[in-house]
Design a protein around this ligand. Structure first.
Ligand code: FE2
Length: 321
């Protein structure tokens, strides 16, 4: 099967093509957040203006024609409504035009399953960290069970909104990471309860220090504290579940520092640790195509008139194939 996957839940417009679990193409364009962050309708306009170009690039990159596609996947949610609608409409149009089945995919399941594929893990404890999500999960039967998660905002959103407060451009966590270089540690609020965590207190504290303390020191301390919170919760989850494999996935999993810290935790507990290349931790279409292929192979296609979007689509409600 050759499956096209469309990801449009937030700033990234990604189109991937997958065949038998192998990525044939993974093309993307990203909306420039500047210093203001994402305005949903503006991002959706960007996706509408670029989607045919990115689809064409992916099809050409895979060395096929659009009529060679055997199935379509798109991100059903979670995400920004106007942005999700663009991918949903494009996916339904392709499926209806060439007469192939379609599968609505949960964005988080996409992140997890592509990371499992690249890390060659079977039943890992999952650390899913992105803009909107921060969860610790373990598969139980056909579904993922949430063992721990953020009480308030996702770790990525915490970094992004801190970057906006500092007027960093682009206002991303990765810019905060760059500013952290050479910083010295200052104590910051550390909120882990069991395997859950909370980031707003940390964010407020760091934002109050902006302009009063060295920017490097604040960025460094914010990053180290936030990642140490994730590592502590991960360590508790390893001990609770007796997991022998650990993966990290999602946009924040691109952080070399987080990878390093989780690797240390894994080594200490003699757990195998893995993650996908950065291209697949950032939002992308290949992860959606990858999950859609499994769904379609297992008869989990959806009638076109039932292909909706769900802005708050929780991943523990999804059957995994
Ligand atoms: Fe994501």
């Amino acid at each position: 099967m050759r499956i096209i996957g469309i990801e449009s839940s937030a700033h990234t417009l990604g189109i991937g093509i997958v065949s038998s679990g192998k990525v044939l193409a993974n093309k993307k364009l990203m909306y420039d957040v500047g210093t203001t962050g994402m305005i949903p309708n503006k991002v959706a306009e960007f996706h509408i203006g670029n989607i045919s170009t990115v689809i064409k690039a992916a099809v050409e990159g895979a060395g096929i024609r659009i009529t060679d596609i055997d199935g379509v996947g798109y991100t059903r949610g979670p995400g920004l409504g106007p942005c999700l609608s663009v991918g949903q409409l494009a996916a339904k149009t392709i499926a209806a035009t060439i007469g192939v089945p379609i599968a609505p995919v949960n964005h988080g399941i996409g992140h997890i399953e592509i990371a499992k594929a690249f890390s060659h893990t079977k039943d890992p404890l999952v650390i899913y960290v992105s803009g909107g999500n921060s969860q610790i999960l373990k598969r139980h039967g056909r579904r993922y069970r949430v063992l721990g998660e953020t009480f308030d905002i996702g770790i990525g959103n915490m970094f992004d909104s801190f970057a906006r407060k500092l007027k960093l451009s682009p206002a991303w966590g990765s810019t905060v990471e760059k500013k952290a270089k050479g910083g010295r540690y200052m104590a910051m609020p550390f909120t882990v309860k069991g395997m859950d965590f909370s980031f707003t207190g940390l964010q407020t504290h760091a934002a109050k220090l902006a302009g009063k303390a060295s920017e490097n020191d604040v960025c460094f301390s914010l990053r180290e504290t936030a990642f140490a919170m994730v590592c502590e919760a991960a360590e508790r989850a390893i001990l609770l579940t007796n997991s022998r494999e650990l993966i990290v996935c999602g946009g924040v999993a691109q952080s070399a520092r987080l990878q390093e810290m989780l690797h240390d935790v894994a080594r200490e507990h003699r757990v195998r640790f893995g993650f996908a290349p950065n291209e697949y931790n950032a939002d992308n279409g290949a992860m959606i195509a990858y999950v859609a292929e499994r769904m379609l192979q297992n008869g989990a296609d959806t009638p076109l008139n039932e292909c909706d979007i769900e802005q708050r689509y929780r991943l523990e409600n999804v059957v995994v194939y």
